[in-house]
Design a protein around this ligand. Sequence first.
Ligand SMILES: C[S@@+](CC[C@H](N)C(=O)[O-])C[C@H]1O[C@@H](n2cnc3c(N)ncnc32)[C@H](O)[C@@H]1O
Length: 338
Amino acid sequence: MALARVQHGKNGMFVGYVDISTARAIAGWAWNTEENKQTAVVIKCPDSSIVTVEATSARPDVGEKLNIDQGCGFTFSPNYAGYYTVHFENGELMPNGVVCIAAERIRRRHYVEDYQALVKSLFEQYAPEEAASLAVGGHYDVLGDLEIALLCYLGVDMASDIIDVGCGSGRLATKLAPNGFTGSYLGTDVVPELLNFAQERSPTTFRVEQVEELRIPADDCSADVVTVFSVFTHLRHEESYIYLREMYRVLRPQGCVILSFYEFADYNWSIFEDTAKATEAGTLQHLNVFIERKAIELWSEHLGFSVERFICGNDACIPTDRGPAAMFQSIAVLRKLP
Ligand SMILES: C[S@@+](CC[C@H](N)C(=O)[O-])C[C@H]1O[C@@H](n2cnc3c(N)ncnc32)[C@H](O)[C@@H]1O
């Protein structure tokens, strides 16, 4: 989204302003048209600080228009949030040049904004234990027990290297060690408060990492199992697909993804209806997304997974201490083909 018109400014001239109150970064481009070369941009912030950014990264869209074959893009990530203006000027690095700047706002990801806001408000209203449980949908112990029971039912080796994407406040992490887990654990999430909560209640060898993009901070072929409980339920289909591609990367051949999802089925109807009502009222706290099995099959086919198994969310097939239980969300098990 363009927030400042393309401007042609002489040395030191103000060429634009940006509202970055909801932006993660400002992206733009600049080119010294007088000397026909790459340049730097001096950004003056209202707190009087000045930042110099090299405009040298690839911007093929602009390069084509200006007929230049070098990078002219830049991004600037302010280190504090809130509404303020940013002034672009050409500065000492380009004393006699002319600079053209377009500023664009890169929005923060919807899931980061939504979940960070939700968790902030829960921690303001409730005691930490309660807030950390509500943030991941409640029933902290019951669902944690169910998640570990599902892994055992699916034959997951308790010495595996597990990555728990969207681990939240550690519903699964806190149940692993008491169930004899001796493998390695990496949990990722977009909310630092939840990761801290999970870390404090897990063995010190467990690692947690904050992410904002659809990335997993792990090496290629380094994991046996990736668990994704109630995360694709809040992502757009394209985002789930991108995440699955990343999961494929970090899994060893024959490794598996165990993911939960909402599918269109009678037992899920109330969730869909509540989501529709909240959408209408403008009170939806985060996306609730339903996925058809066909979509999971197609994604798998394109990414190199075989769909090993679907379990319907109301199928009480998981043995637990309290008797056979259902997961409430449907489960897909995807195996990375060798
Ligand atoms: C319903 S909770 C489930 C948490 C956990 N998997 C569990 O079963 O207890 C969804 C979690 O996904 C996290 N989340 C949302 N989008 C994410 C993303 N793109 N990457 C990683 N985590 C994400 C949220 O912050 C939240 O903690």
